[in-house]
Structures are given as C-alpha cells and as structure tokens.
Ligand binder design. Structure first.
Ligand code: TRP
Length: 452
C-alpha cells in the first residue's frame, strides 16, 4: 500500500484516546476484578503492578515504535525491519494474528453478556443485592445457548461494521467521544461503593497483601493480565503504532496510556470489592463477579436502574474500542499483504471469529463438558492467549529489539531522531527489554506452566 495514502490517527489526542481505547476494556472492568478476587487480592495486585511497570510499559513502548518505524501490519513490519537473512521474525506477527482470533472468540461472548445486561438493567430485572438471585439471573443468561450466540453475533456485527469504516473515521472517532464519560461514571460508582457499610473490608482485601497466596500460577496469571491489559505481546499495539503520527512522543504517550489504564482498573476494583464484602458476595466468584456485584451497588442507591443502564452501556463501549484493536491486527495483515479490500478483509476476519466463537459462547451450556487440558473452550482460548501466546510473543519481541534491532535504531525511533533528548530513558528501556523482561517472562512462563 502506498505510504502517503495509508490511513492513520490524525492528532495527538486521537492517538492517545485510540491507544487508550485499545487498552481499556473488559480487561479492566471484568477480568481485573475477577482475577484479583480469585487470586487472593492485594498480593496479586502487587505482582500485576510490578509486571506492568517492568515488563508491560517497556514492551508497549517498543511495540508501538516498531510499528511506527515500519508503517506496516504486524507481519510485514518484521519483514521490513529485520536484517534480510532473519525474516523469520515475522512469526511474531502470525502468532499475533492467531491470538487476535482466539481472544476475540471469548471476548465477544463476554461483550455479549454486557450488551444483554444493558437491557436487563433497564428493565429492572437484575436490581437485587441478594447474591443468590444475582447469581441465578447471570446463570440464566449464560446457560441459554440461543441467547449467548445471538448476543455474540450482535457484537460481531457491530464491531465489524465499525472496523470497515477504517482507522481515523472508525476507530479514532468512536474513542474520542466515549472515553471521558467512562471515567466519570466509574468515579460515581466508587464513591457509592465506598460509603456502603462494611466497605473497609473490601479495601483491605484490595490493598493489604498476603504473600502466602502468591504462587507461580498466580504470578503467571498476573503477568498474563498485564499483557492483556496493555494489548501487548501480539502486535496489536504494533499495528496501532503504525498509525501514530511521525512526531508522536511515544514514551510520553505510552506512559499516559499505562497510567490511565491502571486507574480504570483500580477504580473498577474500588467500585466492586467494598460491595462484594458489604453484600456478602464471594470475591472468588470468577467471571460472574462483576455481573452480580455492580447491580448490587446500584440497586441500593437512588436512581439505581438508570445509572446501572449507563454503566453497562459504557462498559459495552469500552469493550468495542478494545475489540476494534483486536480486529485491526488481522484486517491490516489481510489488506496489506493480500491486497484484499478493507471490507472483504473485515468480513473474512469476522467470519473466522464467528466460527471460533461458537464453542466459546456455548461454554456454559452445550460445550461445558468439552474439556481440553481440563478447560472448556472459553477458558482454553483465554488461557492459550493470555498465559501462553502473549507472554511468548512478548519474549520474542524483546529479543528482537534487544538483540537484533539494537540500541542505535531504538534511540533514533523512541527519541524522534534526537528531537526528544531522552537517551537516558531509552537506554533504560533497552536494558529492560534486552535482559530483564525476556528473562523474567521466561521464568514466570516456565514455572507457571509447570515446565520447571
Ligand atoms: N486490552 C483490552 C482490554 O483490556 C483487550 C485487548 C485489546 C487485547 N487488544 C488486545 C488483549 C491485544 C491482548 C492483546 O480489554
């Protein structure tokens, strides 16, 4: 594709919200609280923070940098910037292509639950603070094969039609409008949850660590979440980086994205855990946690149904931004490498996810007993992507940048050819991606998967 006609983000703010739109999603509002709850609370949070700072942020910087340097999709980027005899690095792009499809298969089914909850909130059907009633309302939705599939398909149709509009008119335009609203609503929720009787126990759970609960599996899960949260390890941020403006200050932008993303996760945690303890929900409830707790917080406040409806609308919106970034990975590969039209590439991608998504969406009903490695398809796709493909992709990207791409080129790219005067920072990032990140990811991966 001709460089000058390549679509891209149009302003500093546009880059920031679109990148943030990819990072913020169900990972913050659904996954972060339930994994924190299931893995013992504050200890997990601490490991997650470390992983985000030492591994996540440096990787986010180098991934976006590679994309901007090559101005190409996840596969072609490595072909362009690897030395001629080392084109094999493009395997990273193909792993990302696969991971995007796997993640979308289960992500769309959770997004489907969120969409369904918009209507349930509006009708007052889920207005309850009773864990039993809340649990059965959720169970009824997810165990119904027909509605699970229909909601998932609706999500796919919606995101598919936005992705066809392109990068600036589709992705960027949607992100600009709705990110600020989400922050506002989360703040209201936190205030409400914190003023519930018994709220302090929830805060204790979230902020005072019990180190006995940190096992190798817990560490791998925290690392996987850090990858998932920042959309790194599979070329998604690389693809977005290829749409960055030439003068974008990448270290500043990515640091802002990381902090904003972290704040949304923490706000979601602060909204949920006080209520979990105040109303007697189980913190380790798993994927249903948010769907039961959030209604309970709202039900006990005036105007609850309205706020509850807005909350699920915004969560749906946040999930759309994230899904667009996942779709963009295969769509960019298909349009740029195989010269497919954007429309055709989008349809092929959506079609593949539709097929993969069926077993994932039916994991609480028809395919619940279809166990591979002891997991149903939903859990398997989640595990394979977050805990295997993303960390593996992360190691490879670090090794590529640290040992092949090298410091001089990284300095030139991350420093905008000397204009930013940030050599010290780039050197630190370089040491992190050359040694610290790949080693720690490898150790965590091997222990977490019980290979050593
Ligand atoms: N970060 C998104 C979230 O938290 C999910 C996501 C978008 C993602 N793009 C990704 C996860 C790429 C891994 C890789 O909801």
């Amino acid at each position: 594709m001709n460089q000058s006609t390549r679509d891209g983000f149009t302003s500093n703010f546009g880059v920031l919200v679109a990148t943030l739109g990819s990072a913020v999603g169900l990972g913050n509002i659904w996954k972060f609280p339930y994994l924190t709850g299931a893995n013992g609370g504050a200890g997990f949070l601490l490991v997650y923070l470390l992983a985000t700072l030492l591994v996540g942020l440096p990787l986010l910087m180098v991934e976006t940098t590679l994309g901007r340097a090559a101005r190409a999709n996840a596969v072609t980027t490595f072909e362009r910037i690897a030395p001629p005899n080392q084109r094999g690095w493009k395997i990273i792009g193909w792993m990302g292509f696969t991971a995007a499809l796997l993640i979308m298969a289960f992500y769309t089914s959770v997004a489907g639950w969120v969409f369904a909850y918009i209507f349930k909130a509006f009708s007052g059907e889920i207005a309850t603070t009773d864990p039993k009633i809340a649990g059965s309302a959720f169970g009824k939705l997810v165990s119904n094969p027909v509605s699970s599939l229909l909601w998932q398909w609706l999500v796919l149709a919606l995101t598919g039609s936005i992705i066809m509009l392109g990068v600036s008119k589709g992705i960027e335009a949607v992100a600009r409008k709705l990110m600020p609203l989400l922050f506002g609503l989360l703040l209201i929720l936190c205030v409400r949850s914190l003023t519930l009787p018994g709220a302090t126990e929830g805060l204790k759970f979230l902020f005072s660590p019990d180190f006995a609960k940190i096992t190798p599996e817990v560490i791998l899960t925290a690392l996987g979440l850090a990858f998932f949260k920042l959309s790194i390890g599979m070329g998604c941020m690389l693809t977005y980086g290829s749409y960055f403006r030439a003068e974008q200050n990448i270290p500043a932008t990515t640091t802002r994205v990381m902090f904003a993303d972290l704040s949304v996760s923490l706000l979601a945690g602060i909204a949920i855990f006080p209520a979990v303890f105040a109303f007697g929900f189980a913190p380790a409830a798993g994927p249903s946690l948010v769907f039961m707790t959030i209604p309970a917080v709202f039900t006990s406040m005036p105007g609850g149904s309205l706020f509850m409806t807005i909350f699920f609308v915004l969560t749906a919106v946040a999930s759309i931004g994230a899904m667009l970034s996942l779709l963009e990975v295969p769509v960019a590969v298909l349009t740029e490498r195989y010269k497919l039209s954007r429309k055709r590439a989008s349809l092929m991608t959506i079609g593949t996810i539709l097929l993969l998504g069926v077993p994932a969406a039916l994991s609480q009903s028809i395919t619940a007993e279809l166990k591979i490695f002891g997991m149903n398809p939903f859990d398997l796709f989640d595990f394979l992507s977050s805990n295997v493909l993303l960390p593996l992709g992360g190691i490879l990207i670090c090794l590529f940048v640290g040992w092949v791409y090298g410091l001089p080129q990284l300095e030139e790219q991350l420093g905008n050819r000397g204009k930013l005067g940030n050599e010290k920072l780039v050197q630190l990032v370089f040491v992190l991606v050359r040694f610290v990140a790949p080693l720690s990811i490898a150790i965590v991966l091997l222990h977490g998967l019980k290979i050593i």
